[in-house]
Design a protein around this ligand. Structure first.
Ligand code: M6R
Length: 625
């Protein structure tokens, strides 16, 4: 993943670069760094702590300049250590013609993505005398640009890029051209920010990094190279026919990006705040809904919905679980066959495409590389109808899809997805109703009842949040465990999966989820008195079956922690702990049942003292394959 910011200006841009980095930490936070053109050479500061520490280091070292690049890293090649942190400097071949009169460090470069042929390039560059200071794939690009440099940075970058295989967004500057930054993208996001004074121009991984600095944004396209100089910029791309780079025009859009900065208020962590924001996020997502119609998903949706007879959902992680939940709704309410696929698997599978499929991607960020690639794969296979449920209106996913429903969860900062998940479920339920309507499966009375239930959701979620003290009591037990099982059936099996993902992601407790009927086919062997078994047990058609599965756990000494409805005859007893949900909620019950699981994960993680909002090894937005 990683986040990039770069700038050319007549004023000192270091504060802007560092502020941009803070807003890009959702893309990774293993390490960070900034490099500037200063005193006729390259100067940098790098840190394996957070941006605040980098800022202190930069202040102490007097780093200030009008030209610079900065980076926040999610490690792929090479451990999260200072020597692997970006920006990387080229180390020219000592004694070679191009190195005469040069100090080490002519080119500074930051990179987001993965260079697949880095081993081969490393061997070639080593043979040319380049010295490597890191284990990263990125460093080869810095040396490669240096190798091609002959007085013009743009030309050097344009020569280097065709040698790279893989995905990248890069930003680079050179000691010999003090007011110039060149940047390029292929497979990783990058925007150009057109400056509003000081002759300045910017590049960044997203527009949010530049909020408050400029709202004039150019979304660079795959293969674009941009040359930033004082008061001007120039975009070019390789023309396949001539084999030469040629100028291209891209529209400048006014983007009112949110800085992402949010006050914690009374909360300890963003995750806790975001859990408690769910009633508002759901209400906002439903705000404009006065009735069900395909047009909620964009112009032309009716024609598309009429033309499809199946749904294929593509997503990753938590978004995959919202899709898995929606499969139950789409099949039982809209009566449309639905498959749900993990995006990273789908794109490499030899599947059977059907042009009458509605391809639905689900993504909080709208930038997840696996999901975008799966979407493109589906389209390339001959499935033209695409729709996304996404939380970021300006994202690549929204731009790529024919139709969209934008959830209004607001900026989600905690790595663990919470309010994005519940608002995705709301969007998917609306999609279910719109498809049901188009297919003649939704009576007016049913539509009215579903809308009433949806509108009551914010109040219902608020009531579930009031269970927090009871969940905290459980979390103290969980904090002492190293394993946990989650059980659910039917519509609530994906909710059990999501509960297990939340717990493992932020508390580092090993957690797995099963459809409860599957327990006896293997996982029951794991059950001992040390194994807490969380059971999502709404009062639905599968409850009696679920109760039998719970007996199987009790008989082996397992400790059951059950979320049951108020009218269910499941009583607490030794080894059986029950929290009663405030109300039974029919088809929308998954949206309520996930909330105590989020709280359980959150409070367990707090009790274990983990970094809840930035759990180890993860990033908020996963923009590499
Ligand atoms: O931005 P997306 O919804 O596409 O992200 C997909 C997953 O990376 C994400 O849901 C991840 O699983 C969450 N961090 C889990 O809490």
């Amino acid at each position: 993943m990683c986040g990039i910011v770069g700038a050319v200006s007549q004023r000192n841009i270091v504060p802007i670069l560092l502020e941009g980095l803070k807003r890009l930490e959702y893309r990774g936070y293993d390490s960070c760094g900034v490099a500037v053109h200063q005193g006729g050479g390259l100067k940098r500061a790098r840190s394996t702590s957070r941006v605040a520490e980098l800022q202190a280091q930069a202040d102490q070292d007097g780093i200030a300049s009008g030209t610079g690049i900065a980076h926040t890293r999610w490690a792929t090649h090479g451990a999260p250590a200072v020597h692997n942190a970006h920006p990387h400097f080229s180390a020219g071949p000592a004694g070679s013609a191009e190195a005469v009169g040069q100090s080490v460090g002519r080119v500074a470069l930051v990179h987001n993505g993965i260079i697949e042929n880095h081993d081969e390039l490393r061997a070639e560059l080593k043979a040319r005398g380049y010295q490597f200071a890191s284990q990263t794939d990125t460093e080869v690009i810095a040396h490669l640009v240096d190798h091609y440099y002959n007085g013009d940075l743009l030309e050097a970058v344009q020569q280097a890029l065709p040698r790279l295989k893989g995905a990248y967004a890069v930003a680079v500057f050179c000691r010999d051209e003090p007011h110039r930054v060149v940047a390029a993208r292929e497979g990783s996001p990058l925007v150009l920010g057109v400056g509003e004074g000081h002759g300045e121009n910017f590049v960044a991984s997203d527009a949010m990094a530049l909020a408050g600095v400029t709202d004039q944004i150019v979304y660079l396209e795959e293969g674009d190279v941009v040359d930033l100089q004082l008061g001007r910029y120039w975009i070019s791309r390789l023309d396949a026919q001539t084999g030469r780079y040629a100028a291209v025009q891209r529209p400048v859009k006014t983007v009112h990006a949110h800085s992402g900065a949010a006050e914690l208020g009374p909360y300890r962590h963003y995750m806790q705040k975001e859990i408690f924001e769910q009633p508002t996020a759901i209400a906002n997502t439903l705000e404009a809904i006065t009735g069900i119609s395909p047009e909620l998903f964009g112009d032309g949706a009716y024609r598309v919905f009429k033309d499809v007879d199946k749904v294929l959902i593509l997503a990753c992680g938590t978004s995959y679980y919202s899709g898995s939940t929606a499969k139950y709704w789409l099949e039982s309410i809209a009566r449309i066959p639905t498959s749900v696929e993990i995006a990273s698997e789908y794109r490499y599978r030899d599947s059977v495409p059907d042009p009458k499929t509605l391809v639905v991607t689900i993504s909080q960020s709208g930038e997840t590389a696996d999901t975008i690639a799966a979407l493109k794969h589906a389209r390339a296979q001959g499935m033209p109808h695409t729709l996304t449920i996404c939380n970021v209106a300006t994202s690549a996913m929204v731009r790529e899809c024919e139709l969209a429903y934008i959830t209004r969860a607001g900026a989600e900062i905690g790595v663990a997805s919470t309010k994005a998940f519940t608002t995705q479920l709301v969007g998917l339920f609306l999609l279910t109703l719109a498809l049901a309507q188009t297919r003649g499966q939704l009576s007016e009375a049913d539509e009215a009842q579903h809308l009433k239930d949806l509108r009551h959701l914010p109040v219902a979620v608020q009531a579930v949040l009031a269970l927090e003290p009871q969940v905290i009591a459980w979390s103290e037990e969980f904090a002492r465990k190293e394993n946990a099982l989650f059980l659910g059936r039917g519509l609530h099996y994906p909710i059990a999966l999501e509960g297990a993902l939340k717990l493992k992601e932020i508390s580092y407790i090993h957690a797995e989820a099963y459809p409860a009927g599957e327990l006896k086919h293997g996982p029951l062997a794991l059950v001992t008195a040390e194994m807490p078994v969380v059971t999502v047990a709404p009062n639905d058609a599968l409850l009696e079956k679920l109760k039998s599965n719970m007996q199987e756990v009790r008989a082996r000494g397992g400790q059951l922690y059950v979320f049951a409805d108020g009218d269910t005859a499941i009583e607490s007893e030794p080894g059986l702990h029950v929290i009663r949900m405030p109300e039974h909620y029919g088809a929308l019950s998954p949206i309520l049942h996930v909330v105590p699981l989020q709280l359980l994960a959150y409070h367990t993680a707090c009790a274990r003292g983990t970094d809840v909002d930035k759990p180890r090894n993860l990033a908020k937005s996963v923009t590499v394959e």
